[in-house]
Design a protein around this ligand. Structure first.
Ligand code: ADP
Ligand code: MG
Length: 668
């Protein structure tokens, strides 16, 4: 149902909601809070110095306003709470004076200074809140507040729209799950922790069920439609090529090459995931596969998630394939029309053997003469729905996915259950380890000094922070990108060029910034995690990650993989509130992605109900495959059972399951 059906929702806010990917009332109802604040009320007689507190009390004096400068004022009053009179002060809220009449009962949120018997308040609510009240917090975009989103969601909930429940009734009964409507209601407006937990459980199970249903479906079609022509590869030619490479393959690379060779030369279509840490050398394995495809007389396509990466691949791969006779072309959205048409023509008549580009290269417009192999790089950037989009191109080409998420085996077998897997666990020898150190927010001077040293030595620096937008009052201790850029610029006296990169810039802006950074015009690149994807700027030797405690270890590890790209020493600085963070210490200890994700997995606490949802590689709305591992395993078993029981009877004509299948098919 259209968003505009919601009372009071106008065009401007509709657009803002659209920018959050909310395009209908149903989307809005599934726009779940990313965290909750539970209000616990304190007794002023037993709070610690400097502790954040919430107290309820009566105003015991006429509030007084003092004005200091044009922009600074304070409001003071006495508060009677738990049998005690305390002074209360709040800054820049002079406007509240008329609402704070003596005798009124209010909620005061702030810090208590025992010596001065004063609460320095950060907020005052004009009524007493109930112990255990839970407030929902939503991800925002500038121009829309948490209050507004909450209001729209309230309206939407009141409309009693029926939402589809994808969980088969068998499992709803078995686990005594809440009904979907009730779960949606509770996830937005939890009355207590118990009902919140129940709602979460249901919605996580459902989301994972939908996901695993897709995996089951993909596996099913993969095994049914997988007979192709075996590729005939001349072994001597292949050996010669392997011998001409500038380095020797590692044992894991060799193993992967063997697996792929078997797939290519068999009559079963390849559907393989090549999984290896950043820098483990996946590209060369892909190149060998493409060369084999060439030897067998087929064309290949290599897709990268961004134009920057595609261009990078084009340059490297052209180099590796000189003197082989393989004709390589690069096709980007920005390629000139005339050149594009030339490429289309050459693809159709077979004059191009290998096409590199973004996802657009497998669109219907691009016709291959004889496509035999499709490789997607950084597959973890694409969702499961896209996995199917390669299936129907050409004469059933072999498919290889490359992903830099080093995940434990049990996971891989689940979320990539529709594919065969090759792992590259070891890195090529002689790599310089990235030195990682943990610093506290208080060490900012040291950190700035280190950055400056690095720049003086002619190198460049990444500065990463999690947030793009300011998220209302509760998040003031987290720096936004813009914030960080300004701070760095002024710390460096505006003498050092600082660039800004985040996901909300448009494509051209992003590419311009990356180009300037590559060329060394920008010395410090302030960024969110958008730089995570295989960007390669060899001269960048330092990365400072602010609010590092908020990222998952896998994300941090991927991020720091952007540095240490040549023989220079590289340093990664993780900045957080405390230096004795056990999770971050794992990164200090190790550079092994598999070890790190395994540790991350172990250390993620169960039932981390109020934690920020980490952005993993699969963008789930509420589930987190790491945190919800046990549920995932249960869903895996249930969904397999359900799929097997019902695939023959066509899911009893229940259209809901065809809807899920359509989500995958719509991208064909
Ligand atoms: P990723 O797995 O992150 O895609 P790349 O394929 O980009 O890694 O490889 C990283 C670097 O390691 C490249 O510069 C590549 O040439 C180099 N490399 C790959 N394999 C080997 C090897 N066996 N020995 C030495 N260097 C290698
Ligand atoms: Mg790569």
């Amino acid at each position: 149902m259209e968003l505009r059906k919601i009372k009071g929702l106008g065009e401007k806010n509709e657009q803002l909601l659209n920018s959050l990917n909310i395009n209908s009332i149903e989307d809005l109802l599934e726009y779940y809070p990313y965290r909750y604040i539970e209000y616990k009320i304190n007794d002023i007689n037993d709070v610690q110095e400097g502790q954040n507190i919430i107290v309820i009390g009566k105003i015991d004096s006429m509030p007084l306003v003092r004005r200091f400068k044009a922009r600074l004022n304070s409001l003071n009053f006495r508060l009677y709470t738990s049998g005690k009179i305390v002074n209360t002060i709040i800054y820049n809220r002079a406007f509240m004076q008329r609402n704070l009449t003596p005798g009124k009962e209010v909620t005061v949120i702030g810090k208590y200074d025992q010596k001065k018997n004063t609460i320095v308040a950060s907020n005052i609510l004009l009524s007493p809140i109930k112990e255990g009240t839970i407030e929902s917090k939503y991800h925002l975009t500038s121009g829309i507040t948490n209050k507004q989103i909450t209001k729209y969601i309230d309206e939407a909930l009141n409309m009693n729209i029926s939402v589809e429940d994808y969980v088969p009734s068998k499992y709803n009964e078995q686990y005594e799950f809440l009904a979907k409507n009730e779960a949606i209601n509770n996830i937005h407006k939890p009355l207590d922790i118990k009902s919140l937990k129940q709602a979460k459980l249901k919605l996580i199970y459902e989301e994972l069920f939908k996901f695993m249903f897709k995996i089951n479906y993909l596996k099913y079609v993969n095994t049914r439609e997988n007979i192709k022509d075996a590729k005939k590869v001349d072994i001597v030619d292949l050996q010669n090529f392997l011998g001409s490479l500038p380095f020797e393959l590692t044992a894991d690379q060799q193993k992967a090459v063997e697996n792929i060779h078997k797939d290519l030369t068999s009559t079963n279509r390849m559907n393989r995931l090549l999984c290896g840490d950043v820098g483990s050398g996946k590209t060369i394995v892909g190149v060998i596969a493409m060369y084999e495809s060439f030897l067998a007389g087929y064309q290949s396509a290599l897709m990268a998630p961004t134009e920057i990466l595609a261009t990078q691949h084009f340059k490297n791969i052209k180099n590796l394939l000189t003197n082989t006779g393989v004709k390589v072309a690069l096709l980007l959205g920005s390629t000139k029309k005339k050149e594009k048409e030339e490429i289309y023509e050459k693809l159709e008549n077979g004059e191009i053997d290998l096409l590199i580009g973004t996802h657009a290269i497998i669109s219907d417009k691009v016709k291959f003469k004889n496509l035999g192999l499709v490789i997607t790089d950084e597959q973890h950037r694409f969702g499961v729905n896209q996995r199917n989009s390669l299936r129907n191109k050409g004469n059933l080409p072999d498919i290889l996915y490359m992903s830099a998420t080093p995940i434990p085996r049990t996971y891989a077998l689940t979320i990539y259950g529709d594919m065969d897997i090759s792992l590259i666990k070891t890195k090529p020898a002689g790599r310089k380890e990235i030195k990682t150190i943990i610093k506290s927010d208080n060490d900012i001077k040291d950190i700035l000094y280190m950055m400056l040293e690095e720049i003086k030595n002619g190198h460049q620096v990444y500065a990463v922070t999690p947030l793009i937008e300011e998220d209302e009052e509760t998040e003031t201790n987290v720096m936004t990108v813009t914030n960080l850029k300004e701070k760095l610029e002024s710390a460096f006296n505006h003498k050092i060029e600082v660039g800004l990169l985040h996901g909300k810039l448009d494509k051209e802006e992003k590419e311009k910034v990356m180009e300037d950074f590559k060329e060394g015009k920008i010395k410090v690149l302030v960024s969110t995690t958008v730089i995570e994807v295989g960007v390669d700027v060899k001269n960048a030797t330092m990365m400072v990650i602010f609010n590092a405690e908020r990222f998952g270890l896998a994300t941090l590890h991927q991020l720091r993989g952007r540095i240490g790209r040549n023989s220079l020493d590289s340093t990664c600085v993780l900045v957080g509130p405390k230096t004795d963070n056990a999770r971050l210490k794992v990164l200090e200890e190790s550079n092994d992605g598999f070890y790190i994700t395994e540790k991350d997995f172990e250390m993620r606490r169960e039932g981390d109900l109020f934690g920020t949802k980490q952005s993993g590689d699969m963008s789930f709305k509420i589930a987190d495959i790491q945190r919800d591992f046990k549920i995932l395993m249960r869903v895996k078993a249930d969904s397999e059972e359900f799929f097997e029981e019902n695939i023959q009877n066509g899911f009893k004509n229940d259209e809901i399951y065809y809807k899920i299948i359509d989500e995958i098919k719509s991208l064909d």
